[in-house]
Write a protein that binds this ligand. Structure first.
Ligand code: GLU
Length: 309
């Protein structure tokens, strides 16, 4: 095994859909092509949206697609102590402040989405007497953070200008995706992050946290996000069709095609393992479309009957 360590980190808020299958397959293929290890990490940090049933379904479906973790599956819900330790290190470095902004303002700047609004710094200089924080933010400095994405190319973001100080913890004692993902990638010795381009906009925040915590820098490869017929990202919210183990033989070729592969005709009906073995040899990041998003194949959409329900 080489030093390469990759991961697929699904949030168990619903079944795997075509877009998450593409991300899983890409990270697995990149790891295998590099002779490295591939890990599955369950990102169930948001307890309200996560379920054990969804987690089981995701793992079963991944297995049917031939994608199985090389090490025990790790769950974020059991790792709060690690996140707390990182939080306290940032606090000791004077990088954390409490924020009492409204739920709505906090929700707006909570996740990765490209539509994130810049936090204007309302609570940066302290809270008025008698006010309690609803959340904690990490301070960012002005200046661009740049990284070379292996598919999307040169990316840069000025966090102070575009995002502002961002959330790392909430008053209920929970930690945010941005903090947890950085802590976990480092703790698991991940070297390469391969995931959907919807998370391109989170990468600079994650690099910022890596820097503040003195953690190793990672390599990044963001694959195009799969869009439905209306141009929306496939997700539970847009009612993307959930995949089941029975979809493997039909949709693995579709996922490979989405990633720029053209499997030879004689492999069209090959077993999953055979198709994957071929794909590892054929893997080339240069063939992956350099786009943030692309339409998903039509048969990964809900049927008209499902839509009308
Ligand atoms: N859990 C995140 C998601 O399902 C992915 C996190 C990551 O790959 O960094 O969107």
């Amino acid at each position: 095994m080489s030093g390469y360590r990759g991961r697929f980190a699904p949030s168990p808020s619903g079944p795997l859909h075509f877009g998450s299958l593409v991300a899983a397959a890409a990270s697995w293929l990149d790891a295998r092509a590099a002779g490295g290890a591939w890990l599955v990490r369950i990102e169930d940090i948001d307890a309200q949206r996560s379920s054990r049933a969804a987690e089981d379904a995701i793992l079963r479906t991944l297995a049917a697609f031939g994608l199985e973790s090389d090490e025990g599956v790790v769950r974020q819900s059991s790792r709060s102590a690690l996140y707390r330790e990182a939080f306290e290190r940032l606090e000791r470095a004077g990088r954390v402040f409490g924020c009492r902004c409204s739920r709505r303002e906090i929700a707006d700047s909570a996740f990765a989405g490209e539509a994130t609004r810049r936090y204007p710094g309302t609570c940066r200089d302290g809270l008025p007497a008698g006010e309690w924080p609803r959340a904690w933010r990490v301070r960012v400095d002005p200046g661009e953070i740049g990284f070379e994405d292996r598919v999307q190319g040169s990316c840069r973001q000025d966090l102070a200008a575009e995002i502002g100080d961002f959330l790392i913890a909430r008053a209920d004692g929970s930690f945010t995706y941005q903090l947890a993902v950085v802590v976990d990638d480092a703790a698991q010795g991940i070297t390469d992050v391969v995931r959907g381009a919807d998370l391109l906009g989170s990468t600079a925040r994650q690099i910022w946290l890596q820097r503040l915590l003195g953690l190793p820098r990672l390599r990044y490869l963001h694959v195009p996000v799969a869009l439905d017929a209306a141009g929306a990202k496939l997700s539970k919210q847009t009612r993307a069709r959930g995949l089941t183990p029975a979809d493997a033989a039909r949709l693995l070729p579709a996922a490979l095609a989405f990633l720029g592969y053209a499997p030879p005709a004689e492999l069209a009906r090959a077993p999953v393992a055979e198709l994957l073995a071929w794909a590892v040899h054929a893997w080339s990041e240069g063939d992956i479309p350099r786009a943030a998003a692309l339409p998903a194949p039509a048969d990964t959409m809900p049927s008209s009957r499902e839509i009308s329900r």
